[in-house]
Design a protein. Structure first.
Length: 95
């Protein structure tokens, strides 16, 4: 997608987009009412720490290709009154 953009640190998508969204400079694919369903791309020059939103169900295989992030972690799920913790990440990379 942006493989030759070595100095790209953030990507911003206009809010309310039908197909794509962004958060903290990272691009996501929208599915239905979930704006962060698929983590598509993290810019290669992005640095620091990234917390992946709990709404993410899939991370694309090359989403973090050549990034300079220090840490990548997942947002914590809050349990509901039944003790369930929301929907889990379904796919990490893969084809």
């Amino acid at each position: 997608m942006f493989l030759n953009c070595a100095k790209l640190t953030d990507i911003h998508v206009e809010e309310g987009g039908k197909y794509f969204a962004s958060k903290d400079g990272v691009v996501y694919e929208v599915e239905g009412d979930n704006p962060y369903a698929i983590l598509l791309y993290c810019p290669s020059a992005k640095t620091g720490d990234l917390i992946i939103p709990k709404e993410v169900r899939k991370v694309e295989a090359a989403a973090f290709y050549q990034t300079n992030l220090h840490t990548i972690s997942f947002e914590e799920y809050a349990s509901d009154d039944t003790g369930h913790y929301g929907k889990p990440l379904l796919e990490l990379g893969g084809g």
